[in-house]
Design a binder for this molecule. Sequence first.
Ligand SMILES: Cc1cc2nc3c(=O)[nH]c(=O)nc-3n(C[C@H](O)[C@H](O)[C@H](O)COP(=O)(O)OP(=O)(O)OC[C@H]3O[C@@H](n4cnc5c(N)ncnc54)[C@H](O)[C@@H]3O)c2cc1C
Length: 343
Amino acid sequence: MASTEHYVIIGNGVAGNEAACHLRQRDPESRITIITAGRLLFYSRYELPRVFHESCDWRDFLVNPIEYYVKNRINVRRNSFVTHVDAHRKTLNLAHKEEISYSQLLVASGGASYLPAELSDFAPLLNHFNLYSAACKVRDILPSKGKIVMLGGDVLGLDLARNLLKEGYKIILVATEQTFWPHRVDSDERALFLGALRDMGVEVIEEVKIEQIQEGAPGMSARHVIFDDGREIFADVVMPFLGLLPAADFMMGSGVDFERGLLVSTNLRTTDQNIWAAGDVCQIWSSQENQYRFYYGWKNVKKMGEIAARNMTGDDILWETATDHKMYLDENKQIISPYWEHD
Ligand SMILES: Cc1cc2nc3c(=O)[nH]c(=O)nc-3n(C[C@H](O)[C@H](O)[C@H](O)COP(=O)(O)OP(=O)(O)OC[C@H]3O[C@@H](n4cnc5c(N)ncnc54)[C@H](O)[C@@H]3O)c2cc1C
C-alpha cells in the first residue's frame, strides 16, 4: 500500500537535506516537502569564502542539481517563511498565510547570527556572511586589500579571516568570549590561540568594549569604530561573528519544549510525538553531562539529519557525536578546528 505520510522539513541546510535523502530511501512512496525562507536550493555555506578568490555565481555552490529534487520527488518550497507550528493540529503556517499539514515534522531551521543587545543599535552598519547574497555584498563593497573589523570571531569568522588574509585583506579582530565559539578554551589555551592568530597576520584587540560604530563620510573609510579606551579604527566593513542563536521563534506556543533550542531526547524526538529536530536548532540530551547541549559542525549536523530520518521511519537510533571538538595548533603553529572539515 502506498505511504500516506507527508514528511515536512523546515530548513534547507545540511540537516534538512540529509534527512530528506534518507526519508526518500526509506519511504519511497511518501510525500516530502522542504520549506525554506531562502531563495536558493541547498548550497554549501562552508564554501562561501570562495566568493573572494574565484569568479563564481550561485550555481557553483549548489550541492545538488535541480534534477535531484525532481527525480527524488522532494518538493522544495523556497521563499516561504514559517511563522507558527500547531503540534496539536499537525499544521504549520507560512508568513503568506498558507497552512500546511504534516504527518511528521522535522525542524532543521539552523541558527541565525547572534547579536548582543548592546550592539543592536549598530545593526544597520554591520555586514553578515551567512548567506550567498550577504557574502557577495561584502565582496562587492570591499576594496582591494581592504580592512575588515571582525567582532568576536567564532569558527565561521576565523575561517573567513584565514581566507581573506591569503587574498591580501587586513583583519582586525576584536576578541570577545565568542572568539573561538563553539570551542571551549581555558585561559592558557586562549592566550596561545590568540598568539597564533597574531602570527597569521590578524591584528587582535583585547579587553575593549565598542562605544560607537559610525558610518564614514565620503572620501573616508565606510566605517568608524570607537572603543571605550578611546581607540578608533577606520575600516571598510564591520562584521559580527558572535556565535549562533537557534532560529526557532516559530515554535513558541507550539506546545513543544524549548530552552535556547528545541529540546530533543537522544533519538532526536522533541516532547511532541510527531515533531523531531536536527542540526543547529536543537539541544540534545546528554546523560553523561546531565544536560541538554548543542553539537555543531558539518559532520554532526549531517549525522543528525540521517538519525532523525531513520527514527521518523521506524528505527530507534541514539545520537552520538561524530567529531572530536578540540581545536589545536598543528606543527606549523596554525590553528586547526574540526568544525572546518566538511565533505
Ligand atoms: C558563512 C558560514 C560559514 C560556516 N562555516 C562553518 C564551518 O566552517 N564549520 C562549521 O562547523 N560550521 C560552519 N557554519 C555553520 C554551519 O552552517 C552550520 O553548523 C550548519 O550549516 C547547520 O546546518 P543546519 O541544517 O542545522 O541549518 P542551516 O544550514 O542554518 O539551515 C537552516 C535552514 O532553515 C531555514 N529557516 C530558518 N528559519 C526558517 C523559517 N522560519 N521558515 C522557513 N525556513 C527557515 C533557512 O532558510 C535554512 O534553509 C557556517 C555557517 C555560515 C553561515
